[in-house]
Design a protein around this ligand. Sequence first.
Ligand code: MG
Length: 271
Amino acid sequence: MRESIEPLGDPGDRLLAGACKVAVKTARMLRSAAMKACLGLLVLAAALGAAELPQPVAVDPGGPGKPPSDAVVLFNGKDLSGWQQADGAPAKWTVKNGEMVCNTESGNILTKETFGSAQIHVEFATPDQREATGQARGNSGVYVQGRYEVQVLDSYNNPTYADGSASAIYKQSAPLVNASRPPEQWQTYDIIYRAPKCYGGHIIGPGSMTILHNGVLVQDHFELQGPTPGGLKEPFDPCKPGPILLQAHVHPQVAETAMRFRNLWVRKLDH
Ligand code: MG
């Protein structure tokens, strides 16, 4: 609302009223100038801010069975050209119906390419081994950087020690919930892995993992305490990128096994 000043009869009052009008007008002008200056500064700040932030790189997110466009595909559905045995020999797993199959005593396999921090997608189906219990039923594992096992197990109605169940970081962190599907059904792990921080070839800060099991959060930025059992041994350098290792688990309760994997991919997060 505009301010109003009533006219006064006395000359002194009129002079005073005139002075007040001038003062009000001046105040309005100053306020208007200040507002324009503020507006200009805001526009300038926004322009500078926009200039500092690069546009996000466009990535085709893919979809069910299809990796994002910037992912490294670990398995092409046809052969095991990207994999090898731990001793460097050709991978002994088999490929059937677009799936990688770990048969009994076929040994661990690992990627030829190595990775540090990464987003890792794995799909797996455990065999139906209801005759077995606990760690014997549908056991495998995804070792990140060759060192840290994300446990694969048929944990559907199959109690075992909590930090050894499906999606546990083996013997370090039990999952927040059990999001397992029954055996023979496809399941997913989405792992956000941050490698340990290193300086001069020594670890100075722990790595971490966040994991979704079938889309459900099961590990929430867990700080890794060290390598888990069964991973790659020294002289493997923990400060350098390492392979993704898939475990071929052997247990006397299970005569034969056929662990299946498909649609494996990695997005590097080092950049
Ligand atoms: Mg295992």
